[in-house]
Ligand binder design. Structure first.
Ligand SMILES: [Zn+2]
Length: 110
């Protein structure tokens, strides 16, 4: 089981990194001025688009962090146990989201 989970996690990590790479052609923390020489409307649209990308990138980043954490847990043998309370994570949850590192209770109490 552990080997399979590892493969699923590694595959997911690869996908996330690819997705992030396509989104983050715009540097996330950049202070790059919105392009000059265009109508104000264009600049606004671009700014909004950029904000959307930043939001998506942050979400992907958060999932990626969980995937990395889950991989570390596979390695140290704590995979399937909640990072916060140490209780087993429900198998349905792990099946739906193999990179879960907290049980439903802890994840929803954040
Ligand atoms: Zn927990």
């Amino acid at each position: 089981m552990t080997v399979e989970v590892r493969e699923v996690l590694l595959a997911r990590r690869g996908e996330l990194i690819d997705e992030l790479a396509t989104i983050t052609d715009v540097p996330r923390d950049s202070v790059t001025p919105v392009s000059f020489g265009k109508r104000v409307g264009d600049g606004t649209t671009e700014a909004v688009e950029r904000l959307n990308k930043v939001g998506t990138a942050r979400e992907l980043d958060a999932v990626l962090a969980d995937v990395e954490r889950a991989l570390a847990k596979v390695d140290d043998g704590s995979y399937g146990r909640c990072d916060e309370c140490g209780e087993p994570i429900a198998p349905e949850r792990l099946e739906a989201r193999p990179w879960s590192v907290r049980c439903v209770r802890c994840a929803s109490s954040r």
